[in-house]
Design a protein around this ligand. Sequence first.
Ligand SMILES: [Zn+2]
Ligand SMILES: [Zn+2]
Length: 238
Amino acid sequence: MNAIELLNDMRRVQESISVKRVRRKNESRDDYIKRKAKYRCSYCHKVYNKKDLHTSLEPFHVVKKSENLRFVLNHYRIDEKTLLKLNPGLKLSSVKTGTLVMVPDSYKIFPNTHGVCYCEKCKIKRYSLELDHVSFTRLLVKKRRKIRDQITNSLRKKILQRDNYKCAYCEIEFDGKKNNSKLTVDHMKPIARGGNNEEKNLCTSCEFHNNEKDSLTYEEYVPKIKERKLLRENGVTF
Ligand SMILES: [Zn+2]
Ligand SMILES: [Zn+2]
């Protein structure tokens, strides 16, 4: 690999690591939303060509760290009753970081809404169910959690044993030298992407790699960590 190839690789990796959240000059809102989503469908998490994605502005709030319901109510100047009317399934006691909350769209201005990016297939599905973004996302999460919860403790143990209690990704990225965070069972093809709980779709992964891999497939993620390893070996620090 020559210097230019290495530099291009470095740029590609850095681009994929840092999400540029600032809207570029002359960039349409549509293009900005798609780029911010890394050209990934919010619902099925697949990467698409720019032209095959749709966007819309949806009024919702993602509860951030150290925020609570009181914050959401104050921020949007609504009372509990209004919020519950908008979020029928919401249990006030279970509002935690990452919870999606529907908020009123009375102002129809940007700060109240977020750009959502999705593929044609998911668009059809969502609209046929007549669901808003938050309800549809909740439905998907519920379905996926149900599958994930079917992994029994004995299956988990079996997978860890099979893999000699080593993270598959640490083995690739660190030659197995760094492996001290909590071990989890990873879906090589994520449930969101149609993966299941078959043993051949499961592998041992440390928490760090499992979180970072997110909704990527094994085949998509491995080149990324190999690139990072290569850059590190060439003295590029992150
Ligand atoms: Zn989709
Ligand atoms: Zn690992």
